[in-house]
Design a protein around this ligand. Structure first.
Ligand code: HEM
Length: 478
């Protein structure tokens, strides 16, 4: 069995290690991983060794086959702690298992189809606000729509966007997370957290309690610059107050509504019979809001951009949207938006909104013939898998036909990962796969969005892989 030292290395980019400091450098790193012909390659995060699965098989092993030996990397958990607490995205172990069990029935395709009508209505309303000749940013419009859709699904309210106090507060808090994600201080922070955790487990009495308090403090991002900033504190106060008020009101009036909040409040564990505390519901609500809009909005923005550059495919998508007609959408029939769905999937391949999934080994394991010690960082890259030339011929080309069923059947497991895979795969996948095509079809039926063909838009890898500078367009009547 080989060791970490035997793995082929990818380039280091300055003191930060393989990641470098800019989006372009980070994407260059992903390209190196995509081009590697070994199952695993080795990089560096500051001074720490970092393992990057290069093949679909290796990625599948980390996320699915050997998932039990991995936890999510604690960095993300620390950064999201103030915002998302112990919600599904950030929790681990028994708490995560219980919450996933409680929430899985809420997110089945059948349960999600009730939101199809609201998705279409929200997109229709956004279209009403657009006038021919108007200059818009399609990335911004997509964010407004996706934020309203998820706000509506969560709380059953119609107006929910950045103009709303809660929407503005969440946007501010998310903006902070975006900035902090690329802070190098997160590594020393995790080292302190790990050290206090290990020491606490070996001590007793007052020392253990003191270490426990330090550990608790370090579960929030105190070393990351600006983390206790006034803007973040003010935003969090608005979020806390609004969610607390809504939960209390719901508990008091006892009515059962069809939104996700009611379902969370009424969810019962099939095995143990318990329900969620208010604090847990709060964490899940914020998690769903954050995980549920930025990702979909980013993919929608890329779809508009890609379609503008491929007018022949756009024409076919518009024909499909026209065939959908004007009637209300009571349920989602994916076959009616078959090509639009393939376009959305291809956009998720080229620009996976969550491009990397950071993991850490919880024990010593063997992965693809290499021995990994406990606490080894292993980052699975959806971006790298999606650009492998041996799996996706001419990988940078936009081609929705890659998702024709007969072509999909030939691809190996682990090669297409926009929603990750294994136990931690995206619980909102069916929601997103419905929302993307519905919003696209609704807007493209009404308008043609003219995007300067000479303008090449590049990726900005913030929390999600956004189009840098947005997607500026002029609204044209059809
Ligand atoms: C195109 C849209 C979306 C994309 C690309 C996406 C992607 C992902 C990915 C890659 C993960 C797993 C990350 C990891 O393994 O480290 C994830 C997890 C998650 N997503 Fe999504 N997501 C999308 C939409 C949504 C929506 C609409 C919701 C909710 C309404 C949602 C809620 C969640 C939650 C709660 C988790 C954590 C699941 C767990 O750990 O058990 N996502 N998402």
């Amino acid at each position: 069995m080989g060791s970490l030292d035997d793995l082929p290395r990818i380039s280091a980019r300055g003191v930060f290690g393989s990641f470098g400091r800019t989006s372009a450098e980070r994407l260059a790193m992903q390209r190196e991983v995509a081009a590697a012909d070994a199952p695993l390659v080795r990089g560096r995060l500051l001074h720490l060794p970092l393992v990057l699965p290069a093949t679909p098989e290796a990625s599948h092993q980390v996320l699915v086959t050997q998932a039990k030996s991995f936890e999510k990397s604690p960095g993300l958990r620390v950064l999201l702690h103030d915002l998302a607490g112990d919600g599904l995205f950030t929790s681990e172990g028994e708490l995560w298992r219980r919450q996933r069990r409680l929430m899985a029935p809420i997110f089945t395709p059948m349960a999600m189809s009730q939101f199809a009508g609201a998705m279409r209505t929200t997109a229709e309303r956004a279209a009403v606000g657009m006038t021919p000749g108007q200059q818009i940013d399609l990335a911004h419009e997509s964010t407004r729509i996706a934020m309203t859709v998820v706000g509506n699904a969560l709380f059953g309210v119609d107006t929910f966007d950045e103009a709303d106090a809660m929407g503005a507060a969440l946007t501010a808090a998310l903006g902070w997370v975006n900035g902090a994600l690329i802070s190098p201080m997160i590594v020393p922070h995790i080292l302190v957290l790990d050290a206090t955790r290990r020491l606490a487990s070996r001590t007793r009495g007052p020392l253990r309690r003191a270490l426990g308090r330090i550990q608790h403090t370090f579960e929030s991002p105190i070393l990351v610059p600006g983390s206790r900033g006034q803007a973040l504190r003010a935003a969090m106060a608005v979020i806390e107050a609004r969610i607390h008020e809504t939960i209390t009101e719901r508990r008091r009036d006892g009515s059962v509504r069809h939104d996700l909040l009611s379902r969370l409040l009424h969810a019962r564990d099939a095995d143990e019979g318990g329900s969620m505390t208010d604090a847990q519901v709060r964490d899940e609500v914020v998690t769903l809001f954050v995980a549920g809009h930025e990702t979909t909005a980013t993919s929608l923005a890329w779809c508009f951009y890609l379609l503008a550059r491929h007018p022949e495919i756009r024409a076919r998508v518009v024909a499909e949207a026209d065939a959908l007609g004007d009637g209300p959408l009571t349920e989602f029939e994916p076959e009616r938006l078959e090509l639009t769905t393939r376009v959305f999937r291809e956009a998720l391949r080229l620009y996976p909104p969550v491009m990397m999934f950071p993991r850490r080994t919880t024990e010593a394991i063997e992965l693809c013939g290499t021995e990994l010690p406990p606490r080894t960082l292993v980052f699975v890259s959806a971006w790298a898998q999606h650009r492998r030339a041996d799996v996706w011929p001419d990988p940078d080309r936009f081609d929705p036909d890659r998702f024709l069923p007969e072509r999909e059947a030939t691809r190996p497991k682990g090669s297409y990962l926009p929603f990750s895979a294994g136990p931690r795969f995206c619980i909102g996948m069916h929601f997103a796969m419905m929302e993307g095509p519905i919003v696209l079809a609704t807007l493209l039926r009404r308008f043609h969005f003219e995007i300067d063909p000479a303008r090449e838009i590049v990726e900005d890898d913030f929390a999600t892989l956004r189009p840098r500078g947005g997607v500026p367009a002029v609204v044209r009547a059809r």
